[in-house]
Design a protein around this ligand. Structure first.
Ligand code: ADP
Length: 279
């Protein structure tokens, strides 16, 4: 049993030839709508690995929520701990992608930002996974209250409070996120996983090296979602007793496979992961 505490967004992706300058209008965009938010994305990633997953999140009482939650329901993520807040807007990310594949992103967190500690109801579960798209004090309360394994993916990059770090068993960061945490990382006592994109990842504990793994070579078409797939596989693996070597290798493979598919909800199923590892 896994609970994911985090954000739910609707991603509105506009593709344009060139970004507008301030004050300018461009009218050549095509629009796609995808469910997103790191909470939702990681819930799907873990669900695809075969776990029972409950999402603990806040959305608005609006049609955006229906759209954002439909994909989660279809994947089999349990939504009975998703609260609808009257009068709030469901989190929305407005993403513009230009002809060179560069992006500009504006996020309106809406209900995700209203997910205060008073709204937190933590279900009984073995493993909790969280990210930094909901308020820090809510995560602190969750980590304090959860007796089992607590994983924090410290994304997007921002400082993490020492109170939260003290209750984290597994911290997953890329190099930019590690830098944003700064010197507090030196006192961190749990497992620390640092990802290096196509170069794989390392696992450390108390400042000591535990394991490292290359990422398999793949035809990467879209690296969005790699970190979510990696975090899900590593937290699920370490939380369910896999050895550090095995869990890290599987996580790197899951991250790599996610880059071979477009979009944020691109993580592999257990079957696809096993099949790739057995090749
Ligand atoms: P984030 O998306 O959070 O920045 P990374 O880019 O470091 O995270 O990716 C997480 C993991 O996904 C890496 O450790 C690696 O295993 C895998 N990965 C990411 N990019 C590639 C790539 N281009 N080729 C192969 N594996 C990749």
């Amino acid at each position: 049993e896994v609970a994911v505490i985090g954000s739910v967004n609707l991603d509105l992706v506009a593709r344009v030839r060139a970004f507008p300058r301030p004050g300018e209008t461009v009218t050549d965009a095509t629009l796609d709508r995808h469910p997103g938010g790191k909470g939702g994305n990681q819930a799907i990633a873990i669900r695809r690995l075969g776990a029972n997953v409950r999402l603990v999140a806040c959305v608005g009482n609006d049609s955006t929520a229906d759209e954002a939650l439909a994909g989660l329901a279809r994947e089999g993520v349990i939504l009975d701990h998703v609260q609808r807040i009257d009068g709030a807007a469901t989190g929305t990310a407005m993403i513009a992608v230009d002809g060179n594949g560069e992006n500009q992103i504006v996020v309106a967190p809406g209900a995700n930002r209203l997910f205060t500690p008073e709204r937190l109801v933590l279900p009984a579960c073995d493993v909790v996974i969280a990210q930094l798209e909901v308020p820090m004090d809510t995560l602190e309360a969750a980590a304090r209250a959860h007796p089992g394994f607590f994983c924090l993916n410290a994304a997007p990059a921002r400082p993490v409070s020492p109170a939260l770090l003290a209750d984290v068993d597994l911290l997953v960061v890329n190099e930019i996120e590690a830098e944003a945490i700064g010197p507090n990382l030196d006192n961190f006592n749990g497992w620390l996983a640092v990802t290096y994109g196509a170069s794989g990842a390392e696992l450390m504990r108390h400042g000591n090296w535990v394991a490292s793994s290359d990422a398999p070579r793949v035809d990467a078409i879209d690296t969005v979602g790699a970190g979510d797939a990696f975090t899900a596989a590593l937290a699920f693996g370490l939380g369910s007793g896999q050895s550090p070597d095995v869990a890290l290798n599987r996580a790197c493979t899951a991250g790599a496979l996610a880059t071979t598919r477009a979009g944020a909800q691109s993580s592999p199923t257990l079957e696809a992961l096993e099949q790739f590892l057995a090749r």
